[in-house]
Design a protein around this ligand. Structure first.
Ligand code: ADP
Ligand code: MG
Length: 235
């Protein structure tokens, strides 16, 4: 009986993964095809319009942007390709958070973002893949930075709540309308000109593989709170 249940569970996980992979493949085909089409169109006109300074200026502006877009998608898909290989170790979540924050210290200064750190968890140790958790918090912090182009506050807090470790990352940025909240984890869902829409999708997958979960709440023009929660094992 137990064996049967396990096999069924593995089969379900496998079909979930296949579904994700085919969604990703379809999304990627679409996202990469558009920039390639625009690059190709420019190249096709290059002989005819070479003397037109307007055309050349547009060419110089658009082509590098489209190439960057494809490169960003590929970089993030490479991150995604690693999320299945979890290397679980006992890890101090405060150290992981500090790592993600320190990467952006200059950015905080430049963008006038005030950092408020309050680490209150007395039990910050969890079993997780260190590199993946770094990646997850980097993606979350980066979204907050991008949501506060004119400065603001970023509060990073931890605490033991009930039987769980809770990490909250709260910004005073643009916020998200309620109707968009449910799409945030969809691959390629983005509202940014240069976005890939893969950041939160990858965060979600990472948390799934590391036995954590994520919840996002937001209010337009007030800001966004991202909560990452790890339930403590019973006993
Ligand atoms: N902290 C935040 N504040 C406002 N909007 C956010 C925040 N985090 C995520 N979002 C919204 O969720 C979308 C998806 O985020 P993500 O998956 O990281 O992709 P990307 O950052 O490439 O757009 C963003 O385009 C943005 O609209
Ligand atoms: Mg992002």
């Amino acid at each position: 009986k137990e064996r049967e249940r396990l096999l069924l569970e593995m089969e379900l996980q496998r079909s979930e993964r296949l579904k994700t992979v085919s969604t990703l493949a379809a999304g990627m085909a679409h996202e990469i095809k558009n920039p390639l089409t625009s690059i190709k169109t420019f190249v096709e006109y290059i002989d005819e319009k070479y003397q037109d300074p307007g055309f050349r200026a547009k060419f110089k502006n658009i082509v590098p942007k489209e190439v960057d877009k494809i490169a960003n998608i590929i970089d993030q898909l490479l991150d995604y390709s690693k999320v299945d290989r979890v290397n679980l170790k006992t890890t101090d979540i405060h150290r992981i958070l500090d790592y993600a924050i320190d990467l952006y210290n200059n950015e905080f200064l430049k963008k006038h973002i005030k950092l408020i750190k309050s680490y209150n968890a007395l039990h910050p140790l969890i079993e997780c893949d260190e590199n993946q958790m770094k990646q997850a918090f980097i993606n979350i912090v980066l979204n907050s930075i991008e949501a506060m182009p004119n400065g603001g506050e970023l509060a990073i807090k931890t605490g033991d709540i009930n039987n769980a470790l809770e990490i909250s990352i709260q910004d005073t940025g643009s916020g998200i309308t309620k109707d968009k909240l449910e799409r945030l984890f969809d691959p390629f869902y983005t509202t940014k000109e240069k976005g890939t829409g893969l950041g939160l999708f990858i965060v979600h997958q990472i948390l799934q593989n590391n036995k954590g979960r994520i919840a996002i709440d937001s209010e337009v023009n007030k800001g966004t709170t991202v909560k990452v929660i790890f339930e403590k094992e019973a006993g």
